[in-house]
Design a protein around this ligand. Structure first.
Ligand code: PRP
Length: 232
């Protein structure tokens, strides 16, 4: 895989938008990584931000795209859900540290209060349609149960699919379960527990090893410290 901008001495840290970003903020603060003000300004349309460290910039991208930016070396490191890592399985990404944030689960869900005969009988699973943004994980999971899943790839609002009869099931992230409940769905099975990891581009780890190892150590100490006391 081609690696862009590896000669530059500055590091780019890719962070995911949304709920994981909120969980990242105390970690960044404790690690003494202070983004410029625009990073916290909801009206700002900036996507790349300077930090108090002149050699470290932050980019804010969709959670699936964090893995892509890091795999291609455009960002040297990032914070990425294990769901995304499972889906893409990029060989250029090294994921040394579970940050213990963004905890949720990847689950199968269906309309609440119905008995789906196809679901009860694995022999009929090939007649089940599943909407998901995790086609690879879903396909592997159902294959491990001996079924060839009929998958519809959606990128959001998955919960609508069973309601509007686009699919029988969805495979999606569940945290509090309130999105499922609000849309008349129920969790059927947890496929796996999810959390976010610090991810590193393998080439950057070699070419920028001193800075990157320092950052890994800083985050490792923070994760190990129950009070998230500041380290630098
Ligand atoms: C995720 C997921 C569900 C929701 C579950 O979406 O896709 O829709 O969270 O959370 P809950 O169990 O607490 O209700 P997210 O908010 O991350 O946005 P997305 O649809 O852009 O992925």
């Amino acid at each position: 895989m081609s690696v862009i901008d590896m000669k530059s001495n500055s590091l780019i840290l890719a962070l995911p938008k949304g709920r994981i970003l909120k969980d990242c903020l105390p970690l960044l603060k404790a690690a003494n990584i202070i983004p410029e003000d625009a990073f916290f300004d909801k009206n700002s349309r900036l996507l790349r931000f300077k930090t108090n460290d002149p050699k470290l910039d932050i980019i804010r991208v969709r959670s699936f795209d964090v893995a892509t930016f890091v795999a291609f070396g455009t960002a040297s490191l990032g914070v990425c859900g294990s769901d995304v890592l499972m889906e893409f399985d990029y060989s250029d990404i090294y994921a040394p540290l579970d940050l213990n944030i963004g905890r949720c689960r990847l689950s199968i869900a269906q309309l609440a209060g119905i008995k789906d005969k196809n679901l009860e009988d694995p022999a009929r699973w090939s007649q089940i349609r599943i909407a998901t943004k995790y086609p690879n994980v879903t396909q592997r999971y159902f294959a491990s149960k001996g079924a060839q899943a009929d998958i519809i790839n959606l990128h959001g609002a998955m919960e609508l699919a069973p309601v509007l009869k686009l699919s029988n099931l969805i495979v999606d992230l569940v945290d509090t379960g309130s999105t499922l409940r609000a849309n008349g769905l129920q969790e059927v099975k947890t496929i796996t527990q999810i959390s976010s990891r610090l991810i590193i581009n393998r080439t950057a780890l070699k070419t920028q090893s001193a800075c990157i190892n320092r950052l890994i150590d800083r985050f490792r100490q923070l994760v190990a410290s129950p009070n998230k006391e500041s380290v630098s």
